[in-house]
Structures are given as C-alpha cells and as structure tokens.
Design a protein around this ligand. Sequence first.
Ligand code: SF4
Ligand code: SF4
Length: 289
Amino acid sequence: MIQIAVVSGKGGTGKTVVTGAIAALLPGKIVMADCDVDAANLGLLMRPETIVSEPFTGMDRAFIDPDRCTRCGCCVTNCRFHAISVLKDRVQVDPVKCEGCGVCEYVCLADAVKMVTHIGGAIRSAQTRFGPFIDGALNPGSGNSGLMVHQIRKKAREIAPDIPLVLIDGPPGIGCPLISAVTGCDLVILVAEPGSSGRHDIERLITVCRSLRCRMVMIINRADLVPDGTVLLRTIAKESDIPILCEIPLDPLVMKATRNREPFSLHEGPASIEIRNAVDYLAHELQLI
Ligand code: SF4
Ligand code: SF4
C-alpha cells in the first residue's frame, strides 16, 4: 500500500483543498486520512456518510485516591510537568497538564495513585463517493495529537487493504503531528504558497522531511499571487532537488467549488488543468493506472 502525505509549512496554504482535489481524481483508488487532527476539515469537501466513531485513548492519566493519600507532597515535587497541586483538603491532578508518565504512581509510598484510561477524542471512519475516509477529533486540551495521527494512519491502512493508496492530509508546521504524518510515507507533497513567510516555513519543512528521509515533490498554490515569491520557491525547490509537480494559479473556480463543498478538480478551469496533470504524473509514477 502506497502512502502519500500532503503537508505545508504553515496553515492557510490551501493544503486541504489540494488534498481534496487530488482525492477526487482517484475515485476508488484511495483511502483518505485526515491527519490534521487539530483542525480536521477534509470532511467538509469529501462529505463522509455512514460515520462510525470509536473512542481514542491517548496516554493514561494519574488519579489520586483521597482516602489513601497522606498529602506527603512527594508526587508534587517529582512531577516534572507540574500537574499536581496540594489543595486545602486534597491533592489533585490537572488532567490537561498530566502527560501520563507514571512517576507519581512510582514514588507514592501510600499506593494512592492509579493510572486510568483517558478518552482523548474519537476516531471516525466513513464512506465517501471517492473512497473510505478516516479522521479524528481530539477533545480540547487532550494533547497526544501525534499518537492520534499514528492511529488514524493505522486505521486507514487496515480499513481497505485492497485499495492501493492512502492519501494523508497532514498537519501544518513541523511538530510532533507532522513527524507522525510523514514518517514512513512513500511520497510527501509539500504545498507552498508564495508570500513573505513562505521561504522560512518551507525551508524548515524540507529540513524536517529530509531528516526523516522522505521523498518530496512540491505544489505551488496560488502561484501568481506574488510572482517574486513563486520565483523564490522555484529556486528553493531546485536547490533542494525537489521536483515541482504543478503551479496552481489563482482561479475563482477554486473558491466557488470550495464554498459549495466540492473538490475544485471536478470543475473546468486553469487550476483543475494543473492538478489533473499533477495527478496523471503521480498515477503513472506510482503505477496506480
Ligand atoms: S505521593 Fe501519594 S500520598 Fe503523597 S501526596 Fe502524592 S498521592 Fe498523596
Ligand atoms: S503521571 Fe506524570 S505527568 Fe501525570 S501527574 Fe503523574 S508525574 Fe505528573
């Protein structure tokens, strides 16, 4: 099974719109995995149906039994995440700060700490007109987004083993969720947009993906927005030996289709021509057709 991640150095580059446009051109050949778990919105374009939801269990959380606790304070001083506080009448764990390391359980001589399963959100699987779809929603303050990305990818590989491609809508940035989204992928598509912060964002992203030994290609979105910026992105791609798959121009049809919750590649326009050429290239390269 081939895995492709679509990522960007920052939010707002049109990464999800590009992912949806690619997915719509490969119906029946892809499983879609929305791994942008802090702002999952690929579903808005893909319109999943028959959604099945299952709980996502992140790291365990500490729970202190007030009947056993002697309020010695040992766990407080040993919690490096400052998640435990001594109140007037009890010792309390802040579940948002607790990272589930288990140190408090280890140091508590009164056996007052138990590590309990924490439901950190939900992972949903569904069908769409283009193929199976998986996404996840973290509960506010839950953390563990990297772990959730890992579990979404695992589910995507398992749900339809006969389908040759998993297409991942990755998270923006270069943090733990991004690393979890691109590690082990066959190809990473960098979606870049010309702009003042474009250079810094894309260079950081390339450095991280390179350190993870990812094969990369680039799509420049809204390429005619800032012509000098696009020239710069071309230079960065060339210097980094990263092929440019296509340059998507500003096209009102993209905005119109997105507003109607449709992948823009289903409509005729200059942007569609670019993305179709890119998908044709990918499909031949990866032997999907
Ligand atoms: S180490 Fe155990 S007994 Fe001491 S304050 Fe923490 S939970 Fe209570
Ligand atoms: S499990 Fe770790 S992070 Fe959580 S309260 Fe205990 S020591 Fe702190």
